[in-house]
Design a protein around this ligand. Structure first.
Ligand SMILES: Cc1cc2nc3c(=O)[nH]c(=O)nc-3n(C[C@H](O)[C@H](O)[C@H](O)COP(=O)(O)O)c2cc1C
Length: 215
C-alpha cells in the first residue's frame, strides 16, 4: 500500500516536468552573435544577471547551435529583450533557418554584435568566460553598454508554450526517474535531483521517503 503511494508521488513529480520548469520565471531574449564577419541570432530563455559589479549576465547555450561557433569565435553578443507581443520573433529566432536576420532591422553595438531595433532593451556584452553545465555551456558575459529601445512588457518563457520543443528533451530524464518501477525508480529519482542541481534536496527527500515508507 505504501509503495503504491510512493509510486503516485514519484509519478506526480515527473509528469509535466517541462511545465514545472517553466514555473521558474524566465524572460525571452534574442541573443545576437558575430565573429566579425558573420552575424546570427537565436532565441534564449536561460539568461540571468549574475553580478552587479561588474555587471555580468549568464547565458546558457547549447554548444551544437551554429550561434555557439560565432559566439566562441567573436567573444561578443547582445541580449535583446522581447516584449509580450513578440512571440513570433521568438519562434523565428528559435529555429535554425539560414539567414534568420534578413527582414529585421539591426544595428551594430559598441562590441560589433547585432542589436535588434524592435526589442524592448538590449545589453551589449563581451564574453568573460565559459562554464560547462551538463549539455549546455554557460557564457558569462560582461555588459559593456545597454539601453531601452521601446516601451512594453517583457515576454515570459512560460508564455511560449512548447515553442522550444523542450518537452521532448525531458523524455530521457523521465524514463530515468521512472526506472523499472517504484523501488527501481529511487535511484533515478536521486539522479534527477542531482541533475537539477538539488543534491541536498535529494538527500532530504530520500531520507524522508525511507522513513515514511520503510524502504
Ligand atoms: C522560447 C525559446 C527559448 C530557448 N532558449 C534557449 C536557451 O536558453 N539556450 C539555447 O541554447 N537555446 C535555446 N533555444 C533554442 C534555440 O533558439 C534554437 O535551437 C535555435 O535554432 C538556435 O539557433 P542557431 O541554430 O541559428 O544557432 C530556445 C528556443 C525557444 C523557442
Amino acid at each position: 500500500m505504501k509503495l503504491i503511494h510512493l509510486h503516485i508521488l514519484v509519478t506526480c513529480m515527473i509528469e509535466n516536468i517541462d511545465s514545472l520548469f517553466k514555473q521558474i520565471s524566465l524572460g525571452v531574449y534574442v541573443i545576437g552573435v558575430s565573429d566579425g564577419e558573420r552575424h546570427n541570432a537565436f532565441t534564449a530563455a536561460c539568461v540571468m544577471q549574475v553580478s552587479f559589479n561588474p555587471p555580468l549576465l549568464a547565458i546558457s547555450i547549447n554548444p551544437e547551435h551554429y550561434s555557439y561557433q560565432l559566439l566562441k569565435a567573436g567573444g561578443i553578443c547582445t541580449v535583446n529583450v522581447l516584449s509580450l507581443d513578440q512571440s513570433a520573433i521568438a519562434e523565428h529566432f528559435g529555429s535554425s533557418a539560414k539567414d534568420k536576420m534578413a527582414g529585421f532591422q539591426w544595428q551594430k553595438g559598441t562590441t560589433g554584435a547585432p542589436i535588434l531595433s524592435e526589442s524592448l532593451a538590449y545589453f551589449d556584452c563581451q564574453v568573460s568566460h565559459y562554464t560547462d553545465a551538463g549539455d549546455h555551456k554557460i557564457a558569462v558575459c560582461k555588459v559593456i553598454a545597454a539601453a531601452r529601445l521601446n516601451e512594453g512588457c517583457p515576454l515570459l518563457y512560460n508564455q511560449t508554450g512548447d515553442m522550444d520543443g523542450s518537452s521532448e528533451l525531458y523524455k530521457n530524464l523521465v524514463d530515468q526517474i521512472r526506472g523499472e518501477g517504484c523501488c527501481g525508480g529511487m535511484t533515478g529519482l536521486k539522479d534527477f535531483f542531482y541533475v537539477i542541481g538539488a543534491a541536498d534536496l535529494a538527500e532530504t527527500v530520500l531520507v524522508v521517503l525511507a522513513n515514511e515508507f520503510a524502504l
